[in-house]
Design a protein around this ligand. Structure first.
Ligand SMILES: NC(=O)c1ccc[n+]([C@@H]2O[C@H](COP(=O)([O-])OP(=O)(O)OC[C@H]3O[C@@H](n4cnc5c(N)ncnc54)[C@H](OP(=O)(O)O)[C@@H]3O)[C@@H](O)[C@H]2O)c1
Length: 432
């Protein structure tokens, strides 16, 4: 709209009020005007700024461009969202390097799975908080101007861009009590945690009061969200994390904390009561072995890991063999654990779920869930934000302010992310 208004109010007027131009001058001016203004305005209207990658690799492959094609609404159920803030997850670092490319390519476009490079330029970023600017004809829950948040499926173009499209099923109204930068820290970890805890572990707000849950890797994005959700549902929560994260996880409500850097973590946990559910954010053969041994035997207790070999297998061995290997591995472990000790072995995955985010939104506005933002970078410093996440040792989330919205979290000097920011203090206040 801005560019169309500019078109009609400036150059058109100048052109028509010139004195007695010759017909050649008119044609030449017309052609220049068309090239400079009409095309320019359409190009501006059709393009946007985004951080993209054109090949997989290290941080050097990240490139910012203001000539990326604007997404358009292709389905009647889609909404076009102006991105105000995004956040990074470990998946963005992995996807930058090509992780999951085989399976994600199949999900994006089954017809192009055998072709190279069809996914580029690829936009990363799995969380969005923003404003709806346009709705497909069958969208019923949203209207232009609505403030929304969503977790962007990994097979769709991401949120490190000015605009993106999602189906209305994937989107939810943003909590009113959060700024965009705070809100952007939540959706991907929330939908992942809900998918793992509800769909895979069978937990919900009504059945948690007598449940003991162990969360490994409780100080990261998924962990800090899961602790709060399970406490809101009434579960008893034990967390493993480094000693320097104990204050954070206790502030979020953790009942017991085991420092995995202070000796044998399995031995420390064996001294605690058995668990009904383990949510494993750390993974690995060793963790899996001792964590399964901590479940109440013959009680239907569940081990859910978020660190599955599925995408690695399909990348390494191809679709058919990778899916086959993963399926065999999952079924044999599930069968073995069920038959030998009566516990369920499961893999948890992110799943797009706008309605689930509606429930999270209500819990946030009721003060029961808080965002945990470790650092906030401006849009110009996306590579620095990737570096930050790649260093590991997350304490909550790393957020990126995209829309330039004034926000306490983004009012920092360039190159100076908010580290261990005020959100922790808020979390401690609310839960203590
Ligand atoms: N399957 C899916 O769909 C899905 C979706 C989301 C996430 N995930 C995966 O789930 C895992 C967790 O995700 P996230 O977003 O929470 O990651 P994150 O934000 O990077 O958090 C990981 C946390 O674990 C801590 N940690 C590392 N080693 C540990 C250990 N041995 N014991 C206890 N804590 C340890 C880290 O801090 P310190 O190193 O300082 O201890 C960090 O706080 C990642 O592997 C991620 O890729 C999978």
């Amino acid at each position: 709209m801005a560019s169309l208004r500019a078109l009609s109010s400036t150059r058109v007027g100048t052109f028509f009020y010139r004195k007695a131009p010759s017909s050649t001058q008119v044609l030449a001016s017309c052609s220049i005007w068309c090239r400079r203004n009409l095309y320019g305005s359409l190009r501006r209207h059709n393009s946007m700024s985004a951080w993209v990658i054109d090949q997989y690799g290290t941080n050097e492959v990240l490139r910012v461009s203001d000539e990326i094609m604007m997404p358009t609404i292709n389905l009647a159920s889609e909404v076009l969202i102006k991105v105000e803030a995004a956040s990074l997850n470990p998946l963005d670092i992995s996807m930058r390097g090509g992780y999951g490319a085989t399976l994600l390519k199949l999900r994006r476009d089954p017809m192009s799975v055998m072709q190279n490079d069809t996914e580029f330029p690829l936009i990363l970023g799995r969380d969005v908080s923003g404003v709806v600017v346009e709705c497909g004809s069958q969208v019923t829950h949203f209207a232009p101007g609505d403030e929304v948040w969503a977790a962007v499926p990994p097979w769709k173009q991401g949120s490190l861009a000015e605009y993106l499209t999602l189906t209305e099923y994937e989107v939810s109204h943003k909590p009113k009590s959060l700024s965009h930068t705070e809100a952007a820290s939540v959706p991907y970890v929330a939908t992942t945690a809900l998918s793992a805890l509800v769909n895979a572990a069978g937990l919900c707000s009504d059945n948690c009061s007598d449940k003991r849950v162990l969360i490994t890797g409780g100080s990261g994005g998924v962990g800090t969200f899961s602790i709060q959700l399970l406490k809101a549902w009434g579960a008893h929560v034990t967390v493993t994390c480094a000693g320097n994260a104990e204050g954070l996880v206790r502030g979020l409500g953790a009942d017991e904390v085991v420092d995995y850097t202070a000796g044998d973590v399995a031995a420390q946990l064996e001294a605690t009561e058995k668990y009904d559910v383990v949510l494993d954010n750390v993974g690995g053969v060793d963790t899996e072995r001792w964590a399964l041994g901590l479940l109440r035997p013959w009680s239907g207790a569940k081990y859910v890991t978020l660190v599955s070999p599925l995408l690695h297998s399909t990348d390494a061995a191809g679709l058919v063999e990778g899916l086959g290997r993963s399926g065999c591995s999952l079924h044999s472990k599930a069968l073995q654990n069920l038959l030998s000790r009566g516990v369920f072995y499961r893999w948890g995955f992110y799943a797009p779920d706008g309605p689930a985010l509606d429930e999270v939104s209500a819990l946030v506005d009721a003060g029961k869930l808080l965002p945990v933002v470790q650092a906030c970078f401006p849009f110009s410093q996306v590579p620095q934000a990737f570096q930050r996440v790649e260093q590991g040792h997350a304490r909550g989330k790393t957020v990126i302010s995209v829309g330039g919205q004034r926000d306490p979290l983004s009012e920092q000097e360039e190159g100076c992310p908010v580290e261990d920011g005020g959100r922790h203090a808020r979390a401690q206040t609310a839960h203590s």
